[in-house]
Design a protein around this ligand. Structure first.
Ligand code: ATP
Length: 298
């Protein structure tokens, strides 16, 4: 496969703020063995620190105080019951909404500052593509907004990677929900961000495409050393993709369990059939069950 992000892979990000621990090679920080390539193409992104972060919507407390360090350059999955506050946490990390209380720092920057200098990209459920632009135009815009040089070949490669080759000139209204979602993923990847936020990225994607994306996307963000935070309802997908699974409680959400995923990479589909993989999935499911409130009269 051709590498669609040559410029990103060689880019050096200055370490800042809490990033001391993040100066180790990406492979080492992921807890896995160093790959043949060393995965040291650029210094990893800085850690993200949340201190006493809460978020209320009027009388609704979505997030209880959350204290958390998210390792830069690693993939962290957020799982939890519907409506518990996963997307809210992601939107806080994207700097789209402020915390009601507490602080979030990405290295030495606020998420808002990181977003304003185009250091983060997101692909959320409501794909939010520009309706008057084609798939190609939306992907190119992702790169342009991130102030990266035009790279039509890399854009085509990303569009092909998400299975939209042949639909480059189609506009969002002409696409299915899953296709829009994939176009949004390609646009986020084209931005070559330090922080990539994915909200149920494969939720509306068919099984075969989902499997291909599960296999082909991680090597891209691994090589680049991006910090990836993804929300998913699929326990197997969380374990397949991430270095760490955070299990959230029902609203107001707290982190109920922090489960490391020390599986080697690359992670082929066959890994899902191993006892080790099944054991980690079982731990996540058990944590989800124990995070649920006890049944019975309230
Ligand atoms: N803009 C908003 N205004 C009012 N309430 C909101 C807003 N955004 C989120 N909420 C509430 O905050 C809570 C958490 O919502 P959130 O979307 O973060 O949950 P989620 O875990 O991502 O859910 P799902 O898994 O179903 O997508 C919910 O009770 C929701 O109704």
């Amino acid at each position: 496969m051709s590498r669609p992000w040559p410029c990103w892979a060689s880019r050096s990000i200055p370490a800042c703020g809490t990033a001391r621990s993040s100066r180790r090679p990406v492979a080492e920080r992921r807890g896995g063995p160093s790959s043949a390539s060393g995965i040291t193409a650029r210094e990893a992104a800085p850690d993200i620190l949340l201190q006493g972060v809460t978020r209320d919507f009027g009388a609704v407390a979505a997030l209880a105080p959350i204290d958390l360090r998210i390792t830069g350059g690693a993939v962290t999955a957020l799982v939890g019951p519907s409506g518990c506050g996963k997307s809210t946490l992601l939107r806080l990390l994207a700097g789209l909404i402020p915390p009601s209380r507490g602080h979030i720092l990405v290295g030495a920057e606020t998420p808002d500052a990181l977003r304003r200098r185009a250091g983060l990209a997101m692909a959320f459920q409501d794909a939010a593509l520009l309706p008057w632009r084609s798939v190609r135009g939306n992907v190119a815009l992702g790169r342009a907004l991130a102030r990266r040089p035009r790279d039509p070949r890399a854009d085509e490669a990303l569009i092909g990677l998400v299975g939209l080759a042949g639909f480059e000139t189609w506009r969002p209204a002409e696409l299915s929900g899953g296709m829009r979602q994939r176009a949004a993923i390609a646009r986020a990847l084209a931005a070559a961000p330090e922080l990539l936020l994915l909200d149920e990225p494969f939720g509306a994607v068919d099984e075969l495409t989902r499997e291909r994306l599960n296999a082909e996307l991680p090597p891209l963000w691994e090589t680049a050393g991006a910090t990836v935070i993804l929300v998913t309802h699929s326990v197997t997908e969380a374990v397949r993709l991430s270095d760490r699974v955070l299990v959230m409680t029902p609203r107001p959400a707290r982190i109920a369990a922090d489960i490391p995923v020390p599986l080697p990479r690359p992670r082929a589909e066959a890994l899902a059939a191993t006892e080790r993989f099944a054991g980690i999935c079982a731990a996540v499911r058990a944590a989800l069950r124990s995070a649920e409130p006890a049944a019975g009269p309230r």
